[in-house]
Design a protein around this ligand. Structure first.
Ligand SMILES: [Zn+2]
Ligand SMILES: [Zn+2]
Length: 135
């Protein structure tokens, strides 16, 4: 099955040919604010497995103080891509699972940055939790 993602307004469409095993719910405060949600869910992908179908010029980057880069649609604001220094060293990128319209069976395997979790959200599943980054 093709893994196809798009932003809310539909201008940006990309596909992922293959996911890497790391898929996590991130509870850090930056993800919370950027997504406007209790947490984000990102999957890791090799740079060469992420292909833009359309709208790449609409992709806007926000570079945070800690040198992480968050990419979003400049028309509708959808959060699509995350990149840390770790990703850059590894030639990988993280894609927001919530943006996918079609997605193969994929399961998050960790809750990360649980130390920063929103007090108003309770984790009730059995997925392993990590205080900070997954070791
Ligand atoms: Zn958009
Ligand atoms: Zn985060």
């Amino acid at each position: 099955m093709a893994n196809i993602a798009s932003c809310l307004c539909g201008k940006i469409v990309f596909k992922v040919e293959a996911f890497l095993p790391a898929v996590a719910h991130c509870h850090c405060s930056m993800c919370r604010k950027f997504h406007g949600a209790a947490f984000s869910t990102f999957a890791e992908v090799s740079n060469d497995k992420l292909l833009f179908v359309q709208g790449k010029p609409y992709l806007q980057s926000y570079v945070a103080d800690n040198n992480t880069v968050r990419k979003f649609c400049k028309c509708c604001g959808s959060s699509l891509i995350f990149e840390s220094t770790y990703n850059r060293a590894d030639n990988t990128i993280e894609v927001a699972l919530a943006a996918f319209d079609q997605l193969e069976a994929i399961k998050p395997t960790a809750h990360i940055y649980v130390a920063n979790k929103a007090a108003w959200f309770e984790i009730t599943d059995k997925v392993p939790q990590f205080k900070n980054f997954r070791e």
